[in-house]
Design a protein around this ligand. Structure first.
Ligand code: ARG
Length: 569
């Protein structure tokens, strides 16, 4: 497709003699279409050219020949140059691209660059909770989008499968294992054992000692302890997998914290060599005051055990060497902001190449707030993800039952709608914002929701059915698509790839969700305003084709978010 921004930048380059890439980066998309499709803010050049922005704008306009650019008009407003794209050319470009490309918007701009995304990462023997849902959904959609843009992505599920709590679990299991059916209900039963042994530890110092001993044995490879630990991990993963199956989550690597147990000595060695590792109250720490961080990074606790941070440092070394990453992203709640600040600052003292240090990036997200009372489970406020998704599916089924009782595959559709609603809700706002989870809002077919987008898609499917299929692109006359909504849709579809790029620049999938809402809304406007099945077959073909293009982008976009589209609902 023609890259209009680039065309403008090239033309500007020939006039002002500044690199086109720099110029391109200044080009904006005006909020109000009155100001054209693209706008160039001339104040960006004022310093360099030593002139007032408005004067620059006028001079450029004078010198600019727009004939060969696909631009139909350029206007000066204040210090801005506003460009109006040739609408018919844009329509032709967009629809031809839709016709010719199997996956519209897919590209190779990532050029095989390596991206590591650390996400989901639930903890063994503990509930997979709603916070892990956000990580799974945000990380998963980022992974899909990076891949779609031609990056080489390694999604890592950095499982919490290590630490002193396993010493306790082993002890509890030794004492009372026979009383609990951990195959049937792994997480619930293991949690019960954990609570019970913890209480006993508080009463009896010798039990606590035995637990510590177990963990030590586990680290040293004692067969009994390792066997049990493996079993806890296996049964937990089996339960987590049910959630991953519902969400369609897949990971390239399952290396959790335990994977780094034999890789931590090197971290300690390197930090010692750097002279940054110091003793403090029996612990070994790295002081980070020089890096502007008040709290030091604890590497070895006073009882001799390693920490969550030590394992993250070992993981950085491993990932740099194994994946040679351009970016290494960490998707967790903002509660871990300080942890990652400390870890990234400490990583400087491992002697890592600057390239890797620059690529480390925490991608924090906000909390999920529950409207009180509504969703509490037995455990109080911890809502387990499996329960939540199943409730979403049940609720979706009830709604579908009401709206479309005759529908076939109600169960399958309810799954797509229910799970899709939860996923979309999680991605629909700026990720660092806290999110209020409210069933009526997220499942509202008319709201800014997943089901609304699915509903729009299904509606288009039935339009295509009525029209007897998608017309041949050769029979489409784009000049027929000159109404306001058609124009809006065409421009949105044209922008799809830019939207995906913006997601990767900010690690912000909500840019795509908002876009899909805009596209669905534009289509609703189009549908309400325009008759599609009309006498004039040329007009009908054009409108049907535009509908088809919209459906294609809605489906691709939602798939990238991790949702599935129903064909009917
Ligand atoms: N297991 C951790 C938790 O549940 C998240 C791990 C995130 N990844 C990392 N490399 N620290 O909070």
């Amino acid at each position: 497709m023609i890259d209009f921004k680039l065309k403008i930048a090239e033309k500007l380059e020939s006039i002002v003699n500044i690199n086109k890439d720099e110029l391109k980066s200044y080009i904006e998309v005006p909020k109000d279409t009155k100001n054209g499709d693209y706008s160039f803010p001339c104040f960006k050049l004022a310093k360099e050219l030593k002139k007032a922005p408005q004067m620059i704008a006028n001079e450029i306009k004078e010198k600019m020949n727009i004939e060969d650019m696909g631009i139909e008009k350029v206007e000066v407003v204040g210090g801005f140059l506003n460009f109006f794209v040739d609408k018919q050319l844009l329509a032709k470009e967009v629809l031809n691209e839709v016709a010719n490309k199997n996956e519209y918007g897919k590209s190779k701009i990532g050029n095989g660059k390596n991206i590591v995304i650390d996400y989901s990462a639930p903890n063994i023997a503990k509930p997979f909770h709603i916070g892990h849902l956000r990580s799974t959904v945000i990380g998963g959609s980022l992974s899909n989008i990076y891949k779609f843009l031609g990056y080489n992505v390694t999604g890592v599920n950095h499982l919490g499968d290590y630490g002193t709590q396993f010493g306790k679990l082993i002890e509890g299991y030794k004492l009372w294992g026979a009383e609990y059916d951990i195959d049937k209900n792994p997480i619930d039963e293991l949690t019960k054992i954990y609570v019970r042994i913890n209480n006993l530890c508080k009463e009896d110092e010798s039990v606590l000692e035995a637990c510590r001993e177990n963990f030590k044995k586990l680290e040293d490879g004692d067969p009994y302890c390792v066997e049990l630990w493996k079993r806890f991990k296996e049964v937990s993963l089996k339960e987590f997998q049910k959630v991953y199956d519902l969400l369609g989550s897949k990971f390239e690597s399952w290396n959790g914290e335990a994977f780094y147990s034999d890789k931590m000595p090197e971290v300690i060695e390197l930090l010692e060599k750097s002279g940054k590792l110091v003793e403090s109250q029996g612990a070994k720490i790295v002081d980070l005051t020089d890096d502007g961080i008040d709290t030091p990074c604890i590497i070895i606790k006073s009882n001799g055990s390693s920490t969550y941070a030590t394992r993250d440092l070992a993981a950085i070394l491993y990932r740099a060497r194994t994946y040679d990453f351009e970016k290494a992203l960490y998707v967790t709640s903002y509660e871990q902001v300080l942890h990652f600040k400390q870890v990234f600052a400490t990583a400087k003292y491992l002697g890592l190449d600057e390239k890797y240090l620059k690529g480390l990036k925490h991608v924090p997200f906000g909390m999920v707030l529950l409207p009180t009372g509504k969703m509490s489970t037995r455990e109080g406020n911890i809502v387990k993800l499996g329960d939540l998704l199943n409730e979403a599916i049940e609720r979706a089924e009830k709604i579908i039952e009401q709206k479309n009782p005759g529908l076939e595959d109600k169960k399958e559709t309810a799954k797509k709608v229910g799970v899709g609603a939860v996923i979309f809700n999680d991605l629909s706002n700026n990720r660092v914002k806290d999110e209020v989870f409210d069933w009526d809002t997220i499942l509202n077919f008319q709201g800014e929701t997943g089901p609304y987008i699915q509903y729009t898609y299904v509606r288009i499917k039935s339009v295509l059915e009525k029209a007897g299929g998608v017309p041949d692109i050769k029979d489409v006359n784009v000049t027929k698509l000159n109404d306001r909504y058609s124009q809006e849709i065409l421009k949105l579809i044209y922008n799809f790839e830019d939207i995906l790029v913006a997601v990767t620049e900010k690690e912000e999938p909500s840019i795509l969700s908002r876009y899909l809402i805009d596209l669905a809304k534009a289509y609703s406007g189009f549908y309400n305003e325009n008759k599609i099945m009309v006498e004039d077959k040329e007009l009908q073909n054009a409108r049907v084709y535009l509908s088809y293009a919209t459906a294609k982008v809605l489906k691709e976009g939602t798939t990238l978010l991790g949702m599935e589209m129903p064909n009917k609902m």
